[in-house]
Structures are given as structure tokens and as C-alpha cells.
Design a protein around this ligand. Structure first.
Ligand code: ZN
Length: 153
């Protein structure tokens, strides 16, 4: 199986069996994103516990790229701190902008972005980059909406 076929399998698996779709009862923050070019919609809900995402709901409708990207994202951010998630968002965006493939950090050999690399092939189709990025820009909005720690008096 070629790498391209493998990536296609990963994308289709997340599209057909999206993870973390159950709405949260009391999310700490949420955001909704729309990509009018393609008709994609994504809702992101987050629950925090001491700066860590304890529960996530990502759901929506639209093309396979937007919805599989949403499913992979929810899977990837669960249990991570907001700082780790912000770094992951940067890595994902860098990957989608880069000319030749995934940017791996030689100083951190384990620091790949895992199955999210499957979406790198989308860069060949500039219209679809917006689809792949939609859940991530929505996530950034949800992060910006999160309750800030109370300032000690
Ligand atoms: Zn789309």
C-alpha cells in the first residue's frame, strides 16, 4: 500500500467514524466555524480542568476533508494542555503551508503530528486547504473564549 493510499484510508476512516461527536453537557467554551466555499460547518466544545482539555466535542457536516480533520483534531487535543494544543495548531498550520511535506523537528524525533500528517496531501488542492483548516481555526476561537484563571487578589 502506498503512503498516499494509507493517508486516504486514514481520512476516510475518520470521515466515516468521526470521534468525539457527543455534545458536552456543560462546555467551558465553544465556537462554531463555517467555510462558505464548501458548505462545511464545525462546532468545537471544550471542557477544561486546571488548564488541560478534559473533554472535547467536535461535530459538524460537510466534505470528507473538513470532517476528518475535525475528528483527528478532537482525538489529538484530548488530555493536552492549552500550551500543547497551541503548539499543535501551529505545527498543523505550518504543515498546510509548507511546500514540501511535513516539517519534522530533527531535535525532537518523536515530535511528529501522527495521523494528522495524512492531511498534508490536501496541500495539492488549494481550495481544500480551507476545509482542512476550518476545525483548527474554530478550535483557536474556542481557546480564545475559554475562561481565564482568576487573578489572585
Ligand atoms: Zn470542504
Amino acid at each position: 500500500m502506498s503512503l498516499e493510499d494509507l493517508y486516504r484510508e486514514v481520512i476516510l476512516d475518520h470521515y466515516r467514524n468521526p470521534r468525539n461527536r457527543t455534545p458536552l453537557d456543560h462546555p467551558d467554551s465553544s465556537a462554531e466555524g463555517v467555510n462558505p466555499l464548501c458548505g462545511d460547518e464545525v462546532t468545537v466544545e471544550l471542557s477544561f480542568d486546571d488548564g488541560t482539555v478534559r473533554a472535547v466535542s467536535v461535530r459538524g457536516q460537510g466534505c470528507s476533508i473538513s470532517q476528518s480533520s475535525a475528528s483527528m483534531m478532537g482525538h489529538a487535543i484530548k488530555g493536552k494542555t492549552t500550551a500543547e494544543i497551541e503548539e499543535l495548531v501551529e505545527r498543523f498550520k505550518t504543515m498546510m503551508l509548507s511546500e514540501n511535506g511535513v516539517v519534522l523537528d530533527p531535535d525532537h524525533p518523536g515530535a511528529t503530528i501522527g495521523e494528522l500528517e495524512a492531511l498534508a496531501g490536501v496541500r495539492k488542492y488549494p481550495v481544500r486547504i480551507k476545509c482542512a483548516n476550518l476545525p483548527w481555526t474554530t478550535l483557536e476561537e474556542a481557546l480564545a473564549n475559554r475562561p481565564k484563571p482568576e487573578i489572585a487578589r
